[in-house]
Design a protein around this ligand. Structure first.
Ligand SMILES: [Zn+2]
Length: 58
């Protein structure tokens, strides 16, 4: 068995409303709009970000 879960630590303490800042411009993200299977738009800045940056649990 190889352990895949390693580096990325899951913050269970942070609420679902606590999203990280936009990876492109650094603006605090309030919401994410999914526009496709591989793309999302961060709000309110509107930057296009790859899916997976803001991984929503389930
Ligand atoms: Zn942005």
């Amino acid at each position: 068995m190889s352990e895949s879960i390693d580096s990325e630590s899951v913050d269970s303490e942070s609420g679902p409303e606590s999203l990280p800042p936009c990876p492109r411009c650094g603006t605090p993200v309030a919401n994410v709009t999914t526009v496709g299977p591989t793309a999302q738009y961060a709000r309110p800045c509107g930057c296009r970000i790859p899916v997976g940056v803001f991984e929503s649990s389930d």
